[in-house]
Design a protein around this ligand. Structure first.
Ligand SMILES: Nc1ncnc2c1ncn2[C@@H]1O[C@H](COP(=O)(O)OP(=O)(O)OP(=O)(O)O)[C@@H](O)[C@H]1O
Length: 322
């Protein structure tokens, strides 16, 4: 048994979280518009989407903190409010700022542990796990945001839950903290836990999530494995490196391809196979140094999926009216 846990894997959640058809309106705002997805055990599921997409609202609904107009959110097959001992099923971090500033980190956790009937030794275990043991007796009011995130995660793990749900846990973390958090989340999943992690930045969940639920305007617009999403976004695209971008784009567009300048000297081409691109460029005397299968990044996948769903977007200079 690892220091993370006092349970055997068999005691872990078999069903994770199942969210189906959630709808919620706040006055004129439709915060959730048919949100559906599943969070499976043994996997880190990234819950990503632009600001205002409905991530926090969904998490509050899963935890029974907000009521919905329609739909269901089940934890291990039951609504949160029907679980006899909910903290044995799910641990969560929704707001790292929610702590008593005058209380030490350790006393904050002791207070929570007492309420759950857990022994003080579990508090010391989780403090060690999140790397706060050496500052545990300092007042939490003096903690940085990154330290508060760690304290919030320690609190979420007190009951050794098989399901862990964290809202924006990377917020305020320095680069070392981000690397630590990635490894930590992966180890929680490797122990068989179902892990749901929200972020509005794809770069944060990169190299961490195995599965992604991408949300926009209150609904899931993708619910798939990371490898699958990257393969789908890469399919049929060719990356071209050339010093004569304008000429190359004209030649390829004329032959029926869709072309997009994607960086300094690079163009992404779709609609033509690589060997045809090589022939066309050679025949037209366009210099190029590389023609290869395009491999999309997670950031590409995210931008493509959420393009229509961004609620607050800065106007581009061309669109600013005078
Ligand atoms: N208590 C509330 N009262 C009114 N509107 C709300 C409330 N909570 C959320 N909303 C609205 O519901 C929508 C979804 O908000 P939510 O906070 O769930 O999005 P989010 O994806 O978590 O965004 P962020 O990344 O900015 O945290 C937004 O338009 C938001 O303004």
């Amino acid at each position: 048994m690892s220091p993370f846990s006092n349970r055997e894997p068999a005691e872990r959640s078999a069903r994770g979280i199942v969210v189906a058809g959630l709808r919620k309106r706040y006055g004129a705002t439709l915060a959730l518009d048919g949100m559906s997805f599943t969070v499976r055990p043994g996997v880190v599921t990234g819950f990503v989407g632009p600001n205002g997409a409905g991530k926090s609202t969904t998490m509050r609904v899963i935890l029974g903190l907000d009521a919905v107009d329609e739909g269901t959110a089940l934890i291990d097959g039951m609504p949160y409010r029907s679980l006899r001992s909910p903290l044995d099923h799910v641990g969560s971090l929704l707001d790292a700022a929610a702590l008593h500033p005058g209380r030490s980190g350790r006393n904050h956790l002791l207070w929570l542990a007492h309420a759950q009937g857990l022994p003080a030794r579990r508090v010391d275990q989780v403090l060690k796990l999140v790397g706060l043991a050496s500052v545990a007796r300092r007042k939490a009011g003096g903690y940085s945001l990154g330290m508060r995130q760690r304290l919030g995660i320690a609190a979420a793990l007190l009951g050794d839950p098989p399901i862990v749900m964290l809202d924006e846990p990377f917020n305020g973390m320095d680069p070392d903290g981000i690397v630590w958090m990635r490894g930590f989340l992966r180890s929680l999943a490797a122990q068989g836990r179902a892990v749901l992690v929200s972020s509005h930045l794809m770069s944060e969940v990169q190299d961490t999530a195995d599965h992604l639920v991408v949300v926009g305007r209150g609904k899931a617009i993708a619910d798939a494995g990371v490898a699958h999403l990257i393969a789908a976004a890469s399919a049929g695209r060719v990356a071209l490196r050339t010093t004569a971008g304008t000429h190359a784009m004209r030649v390829l567009a004329h032959a029926g391809a869709s072309v997009m300048a994607t960086g300094r000297g690079t163009i992404t081409v779709s609609g033509l196979p690589a060997d045809r691109i090589v022939t066309l460029l050679s025949q037209s005397g366009v210099p190029f140094s590389e023609v290869s299968a395009h491999r999309a990044t997670l950031e590409d996948v995210y931008l493509e999926l959420t393009h229509e769903a961004v609620e607050f977007r800065a106007a581009t200079p061309a669109k600013v009216s005078r």
